[in-house]
Design a protein around this ligand. Structure first.
Ligand code: ADP
Ligand code: ASP
Ligand code: MG
Length: 815
């Protein structure tokens, strides 16, 4: 004997039922077969909806019932030859009339009990099983319909009745023994109590019906036919890259379904486990796929985790109080109160201090739980031994499941590390003593992200997906997107990172796409066409609201508003890569708070391009300091612009040289930021801070060489006024040249003090041979005493700056 169960989507319409019939026909050729079917997909919900409308006095239930009738009549017409239709059509009509009669009763009385609900929903499976029985009779030649209510006996817990296995097993065996048929069909989900009143086995209960029959009949296999090709490593509706689980143990399947894997109704496993009946999950729509087998000892492979599941809509109850310590019986009373109110407990944790017990329940029962528990402990609450029951709502549970967890230490460390790095706050943890599952209670809004990062950490060895948001897609930002586009396949192949650009913005528009990511081949057009109005706060808020895994924000603007919002991102564990220097050179207090937030929330805060574009200046300095070296002095030429200007200025046409620098993209949009030395001040400030100095911008001495007048007005005024001061610039040049020196704008840091200014550089000086727009940094340290550690190279330019930002993004992604 074999038992096959077909779910709601498998029997949703005539076309699907024909697929079912083909499968059954094939199976029945090999062995005696019992088929269990659900209602046509969605019908149970519609019937419940009708009864609720009727109870509210809303007559529209009649229209809905008409639709139910039409759908079944239509299915019969499409399924059966004309000659066989009439008896089934009239049966459908009779059953639908009965439903209407009951609904009319509910409508008149405005009363809807669990008992009546069970009566109403039972028609879903009664209808489907009768229709399919007729079709099977036609296709196979014989098919005996058995009323499950006659063979499955339960208690009177309407809505989710408990099976009396002693009675049920006998009745099932007797019924089947009395028949010589090769093929049977039974409605799933429905049963009856001792008094013969209809009950149901709980939503999704047709799986359970099939398992009860399989156990009672000692079937050699149970097959659950559904719309997926087996049990997956996570819910395929939440995770894109799920994998099929070929074999799984009964216990693992039970844990996964208990924690939300809807593919199988949790109680289903118990009867088949007892009898050791192998249970398959198969796909009606791809019958050739092997599927998953649930059996006693599932294969031991090297994966420590078999699957991940989640349940939404959880409320966490906490019973706390000093009066609970050392006194037995508190938990018994808590669980007793919940059980009496028929509230199912999904998760339990008790702190080792015995001072509190936390219980996770379905959110729908929250108000009732509060009432019954506070009543139970009313004396203790009055005498301050116990606090009124605490409730936290809008939560969810994620669970990792696997028999092999026992032999793999470090699973919980990896789980909570992964969640923590993604800013998922864990409210409670539970690990069953079997060590087969670790579950965590988290915010409902974080479920999708949590499941995805956990799946990535435990199952996706191929690559880690990064969600990158870029503000500023002008010169540098545009180059960054081009570099990312070009390197995509390299990153995936060699670094196992997939950088998905999930958001971009320029100064007027912003665009998001966290599904497939923004197509980097034509981001400009898409931003122009589909972009919405950009505000700094709007961009940052959207990134936070998206709440997607492995988020990295790259700031390629020079915008102060955006720099002010980094703290909000970091406190959500979103890494910040700043090309923008404003944050790192803002008040020491804000800078420090950003570093601390990055630390606390496991996020990256990286700004290598703030000094020397992509030259490894900050990284090298950090390495020196972390390895115990001490920086005594820094001497540096940090302005590519000023170096370009003084390398090209030979005593004539200073303003022309500055204009050329601007044209070639070596200056800030306002070149005065460079020429005033302000930009260099920011850079040496950042280096000083990396050395551990609590220095502010105002503490830096600036020996500016620019005449005050040039610094007033607009950028155009600035160029005009420079022409007037050509003599001043020539004098600076001549003074240096007369001694065989050249001019360099030098930044210095020594003994906690920093300064910037123009200097005469002699040909033998380390700073002399510095051409074009190059930068140079000399680190004099305890280890580099006689000869400094020198970092030198291009310190400006869109391409190199973009590559520096790129490198920081990779660093943040791999953390
Ligand atoms: P049926 O109507 O056949 O009983 P269900 O809708 O009850 O089908 O269960 C199948 C669905 O379970 C799948 O379509 C899938 O979306 C969902 N599901 C949730 N978790 C998992 C998982 N871990 N593996 C497979 N399917 C899952
Ligand atoms: N039809 C019932 C439900 O929708 C039982 C089942 O399909 O398993 O819950
Ligand atoms: Mg189901």
């Amino acid at each position: 004997m074999q038992v096959l169960k077909f779910g709601g989507s498998s029997v949703a319409n005539a076309e699907n039922i024909n697929k079912v019939v083909a499968i059954v026909k094939d199976k029945v050729a090999a062995d005696k077969t019992a088929v269990v079917v659900s209602a046509l997909g969605g019908i149970t919900d519609v019937l419940l909806g009708c009864s609720a409308l009727a109870a509210k006095g809303d007559e529209s239930f009649k229209d809905k019932l008409l639709e139910v009738e039409q759908r079944h009549l239509q299915t019969v017409k499409e399924l059966l030859p004309l000659t066989q239709q009439s008896s089934v059509l009239s049966l459908v009509k009779t059953l639908c009339n009965e439903i209407e009669d009951i609904c009319n009763g509910i409508f008149l009385l405005k009363e809807l009990s669990e008992h009546t609900k069970d009566r109403i929903v039972s028609y879903g499976e009664l209808l489907s099983s009768q229709i399919i029985a007729a079709r099977l009779k036609d296709a196979v030649g014989e098919c005996e319909w058995i009323d499950s209510r006659e063979v499955i006996t339960t208690d009177s817990n309407f809505g989710s009745a408990a099976v009396d296995f002693g009675t049920t097993d006998k009745k099932v065996a007797a019924k089947f023994a009395a028949s010589s048929s090769k093929l049977f069909i039974l409605p799933g989900f429905i049963s009856s109590n001792e008094a013969g009143e209809g009950t149901t086995l709980g939503r999704g209960g047709s799986d359970y019906t099939a398992a009860i029959l399989a156990a009672a009949l000692n079937a050699h296999t149970l097959e659950i036919w559904t719309d997926v090709s087996g049990m997956m490593t996570a819910d395929p509706r939440l995770v894109a890259n799920v994998k099929m689980i070929p074999r799984i143990s009964y216990q693992e399947a039970m844990e996964l379904s208990h924690f939300g894997a809807k593919v199988i109704y949790p109680p289903t496993i118990q009867p088949v486990l007892k009898k050791g009946i192998p249970t398959w999950i198969k796909n009606t729509f791809a019958p050739g796929d092997i599927g998953t087998v649930i059996e006693k000892d599932a294969a031991k492979d090297d994966t420590s985790i078999r699957g991940i599941s989640s349940i939404g809509k959880i409320t966490l109850l906490s019973l706390e109080g000093s009066g609970m310590i050392g006194i037995p019986g508190f938990s018994k009373r808590l669980f007793g109160a919940l059980a009496n109110a028929k509230i199912n407990v999904i998760l339990i944790t008790q702190s080792s201090s015995e001072h509190s017990i936390c219980v996770g329940i379905d959110d729908a029962n929250a108000a009732l739980a509060k009432k019954v528990v506070d009543e139970e402990f009313s004396y203790e609450i009055e005498t301050n031994k116990v606090e009124p029951l605490g409730m936290e709502r809008e939560l969810a549970i994620v669970a990792l499941v696997g028999d092999n967890m026992r032999s793999h230490p470090g699973i919980s460390g990896k789980m909570f590390g992964t969640l923590g790095r993604n800013g998922v706050n864990v409210r409670a943890i539970s690990q069953g003593s079997s060590e087969r599952n670790i579950s965590a209670v988290i915010g409902a809004k974080d479920v999708k992200k949590a499941i995805n990062v956990l799946h990535e950490a435990f199952f996706e060895t191929t690559y880690k997906e990064i969600n990158l948001f870029v503000a500023g897609v002008g010169n540098v930002g545009g180059k960054l997107l081009a570099q990312l586009h070009k390197q995509q396949s390299y990153l995936q192949k060699y670094l196992r990172i997939k950088v998905k650009v999930a958001g971009i913005a320029n100064s007027t528009k912003m665009l998001f796409n966290d599904n497939g990511g923004i197509d980097l081949a034509n981001w400009k057009e898409t931003l122009l066409k589909d972009g919405v109005h950009m505000t700094s706060a709007g961009f940052i808020n959207t990134i936070i609201e998206k709440n997607v895994r492995n988020s990295v924000f790259a700031d390629v603007t020079a915008n102060a508003d955006i720099a002010e919002l980094y703290d909000r991102l970091l406190s959500k564990s979103i890494s910040v890569v700043a090309c923008n220097k404003i944050a790192a050179s803002s008040s020491f207090e804000y800078f420090k708070s950003l570093k601390e937030l990055a630390n606390e929330f496991n996020a990256g805060f990286l700004y290598e391009t703030n000094v020397g574009a992509s030259l490894p200046v900050i990284g090298t300095l950090n390495d020196l300091i972390r390895s115990g070296d001490k920086v005594r002095k820094i001497e540096a030429v940090l302005s590519g612009t000023l170096n370009f200007v003084f390398n090209n200025y030979k005593g004539e046409g200073f303003s022309d040289v500055v204009m050329q620098a601007k044209k070639e993209g070596y200056t800030e949009p306002d070149p005065r930021l460079d020429l005033s030395g302000k930009d260099v001040m920011r850079k040496i400030l950042i280096l000083a801070r990396e050395c551990g100095s609590k220095i502010e911008l105002d503490d830096i001495t600036n020996h500016s060489f620019m005449p005050e007048e040039c610094m007033q007005g607009s950028v155009d005024d600035f160029f005009a006024s420079m022409v007037k001061h050509e003599a001043h610039f020539k004098k600076l040049y001549d003074e240096a040249a007369s001694k065989g020196n050249i001019l360099k704008f030098v930044a210095k840091y020594e003994n906690g003090k920093a300064s910037v200014g123009l200097q005469h550089i002699h040909p033998e000086h380390d700073l002399f041979h510095l051409y074009g727009k190059d930068n140079i940094v000399l680190f004099y340290t305890d280890r580099y005493v006689d000869q400094p550690l020198v970092i030198k190279g291009a310190g400006a330019g869109a391409e190199v700056t973009a590559s520096g930002v790129f490198a920081d993004i990779i660093r943040a992604s791999r953390a």
